[in-house]
Design a protein around this ligand. Structure first.
Ligand SMILES: Nc1ncnc2c1ncn2[C@@H]1O[C@H](COP(=O)(O)OP(=O)(O)OP(=O)(O)O)[C@@H](O)[C@H]1O
Length: 212
């Protein structure tokens, strides 16, 4: 269970996070600049709340008056909006980055087979397509066996066929891994097709959308 109740001041408004989720897929929607990425950043630890508390499965990530839990101790997989692959590293090294020990663990082999990127393992990011970068970034986010997966517009740069394939893969991985998945998207259609719940953020305020 992820529980987040915190505030963070942004230049134009304050983000008020009130959010609880289980091992489900939740979509975050809302206009550009409304605080969606900041919300994910606070969960991942790349930004810090001003006040409040974040916990995942009883582990406290952040709490007023306490030193925040280090990013590497949170076990959060994060797929950034622009994928953020290291350009000078192969697909294999990007995926294994941050994992202790070599050679690649069996679960990484399974994951890369599932995502269809085995033939790309020795290529560099500039040699692969947008969809392949997306799947590489997803494999990297999952390689560390996260307890929470954060996806910031994971499918926005993909053509319709690749988007559909990646979305199906995500749903399948979620079924197998049973971890909470939070996905920011600009597409209500994508949110409805992928997530069990949809939360809207507007000027820092979160509201749950009810099914039509
Ligand atoms: N590190 C920062 N320093 C200053 N302002 C920031 C910082 N991060 C975000 N902001 C501002 O806070 C607001 C919310 O940004 P955020 O990236 O969270 O929005 P978003 O909903 O993810 O937007 P988009 O859909 O365009 O990605 C924006 O006005 C942004 O300019």
């Amino acid at each position: 269970m992820l529980k987040a109740r915190f505030t963070k001041q942004l230049p134009e408004f304050k983000l008020h996070a009130e959010f609880v989720m289980d091992r489900e897929i939740v979509a975050i929607v809302g206009p550009s600049g409304s605080g969606k990425t900041t919300f994910l950043n606070c969960l991942a630890g790349t930004a810090a709340p001003d006040s409040g508390r974040i916990e995942l499965g009883g582990r406290v990530f952040a709490e007023e008056g306490r030193k925040p839990l280090r990013i590497q101790d949170r076990h959060v997989g994060y797929l950034f909006q622009d994928y953020a692959l290291f350009p000078h590293m192969t697909v294999r090294d990007n995926i294994l980055f941050g994992l202790p020990g070599r050679p690649e663990p069996p679960h990484v082999r399974e994951l890369t087979e599932l995502l269809g990127i085995r033939p790309l393992m020795d290529k560099y990011p500039h040699e692969i397509s947008g969809g392949e970068k997306q799947r590489t970034a997803l494999a990297r986010a999952l390689a560390m066996k996260p307890e929470l997966l954060l996806l910031d517009e994971p499918f926005s740069a993909l053509d319709d066929d690749t988007r559909l394939r990646c979305r199906n893969e995500l749903v399948r991985i979620h079924r197998d891994w049973q971890i909470p998945v939070l996905m920011v998207t600009h597409s209500m259609d994508e949110a409805r097709r992928t997530a069990g719940r949809i939360v809207r953020i507007e000027k820092g305020l979160m509201t749950e959308l009810t099914a039509p």
